[in-house]
Design a protein around this ligand. Sequence first.
Ligand code: DGL
Length: 265
Amino acid sequence: MNEKPIGIFDSGVGGLTVCRELLRRLPTESLLYLGDTARVPYGTKSAAIVTQYALEAASFLCDKGVKLLVVACNTASAVALPQLRERFGVPVLGVIEPGARAAVTRGARRIGVLGTEGTIHSGAYERAIRQIDDGIEVFSVSCPLFVPLAEEGWARHPVAAQIAAEYLEPLLQKKIDALVLGCTHYPLLAQAIRQVVGSRVEIVDSAASTAEEVAQLLESRILQADTERGDQQFFVTDLPTRFRRIGSEFLGAKLHHVTQIQLGS
Ligand code: DGL
C-alpha cells in the first residue's frame, strides 16, 4: 500500500499539461503540484538562478512527503536535474529524456526541437537525443512568444499560426521528420503548429511520454497507490486568482484547492 503523493513542479501553469496526462494515465495517484508563479518565467533566467529555484521548489514538495518528483518544466529539467537527484532521496524525473526517447522511438532521423531560450541554450535535448543515437540530426529553435500566447488564451488565434510559421521556417527548411514540443506550455499551441508543419511531421509532446515513464517507474518500484481515486492539491507562490483562471485551460479541468505559499527567504 502506498498513499504518498507524487510531487510536480513548474515555473507556473505550463506543468499542468503534464499533470493532465498524469491524471489520465494514473487516476488513482494523488498529486501535489507547485507553480512558482511569483518567479515565472524560468526560460529567460540563468542556469544558476533556475537551479536555485528548482531546489527550493523540490525541497517544499519533499518536506510534504512525496514519493517521487516530476520536474514538469523543460527549463528546470535542462539545467537542474543532476543537483535535484543528488540532493533528494526520492526518484526525480524530468521531461527532457522522455521527450527525446519518444521522438527517437518513433523512428525520426531529423528532429526539430522548440523550447525556451534557457532550454535551447543548454543543449539538453541534443545531448539526450544523441545519447540514444548519435546519427540523428537535431535542429533547435527558441520561441519566446509562445509562452505569453498560451497564457493569454491566444493559442487558437490566427496570430498564433503566423508566429509559429516564423519560428518553424528554419526547421522546415531542414526537412525535419519530428518536432519535439520542448516546453510544457506548447501542447496548447499544437493545433497552430500542426497547421504550419503539415501532417508528415510527427509532433512529440513530452507531457504524455513523461506520464508513461512515471507509470513504468511506479510499477517497477511497487510504488503505485491503491486508492480508488487520487486527489490533487495545488500550491502557488503568488496570488492564486490568475493561476486558477489560466490553469484550467492547461489542466483541462477546474482547479480546486489552490494555496499560496512562500519559497526561499
Ligand atoms: N514551462 C516552462 C518550460 O517547460 C516554460 C515557462 C517559463 O519560461 O518559465 O520550460
